[in-house]
Design a protein around this ligand. Sequence first.
Ligand code: ATP
Ligand code: MG
Length: 141
Amino acid sequence: MSIERTFSMIKPDSVRKNVIGQINSMIEKAGFKIIAQKMVHLTMRQAEHFYDIHKDRPFYSDLCNFLSSGPVVAQVLSKDNAVSDYRKLLGSTNPLEAEEGTIRKAYGESIDYNAAHGSDSPETALREISFFFNNLEIFDR
Ligand code: ATP
Ligand code: MG
């Protein structure tokens, strides 16, 4: 298995709870390297663009309102099998169904406020990473 990159976002609920460091600690303990990181406050338009794959779903406007409701921490993570391993570390989309030891079990409250995001495929990861970062902002090491 070769080193892979995934995109992570610590969502506004976690930033408001002041658990950025605790989530980063879970990420690092699970063997990921944080190779890029920045705090940004997305506009509604940017949130809509980020989640445009969900534009026909009934929860789209609530989701975009939430995502643009406060700052987020955007990150690039690297590890063998990063995309699927980070989805496992996040746990189920609905924190009430998330397994013990996952980020959403520890910090998620509901399907709307579920603590953090992770790319769902290597192709999505590329698209999401380039939405937030240019190559000069990513530090493989
Ligand atoms: P994310 O993309 O945020 O990492 P995910 O990949 O686990 O989450 P998606 O299917 O991509 O889940 O949904 C994106 C977001 O939309 C979820 O994080 C959740 O907040 C919201 N969502 C998904 N499904 C539902 C639903 N059935 N009802 C309400 N909100 C939902
Ligand atoms: Mg998703």
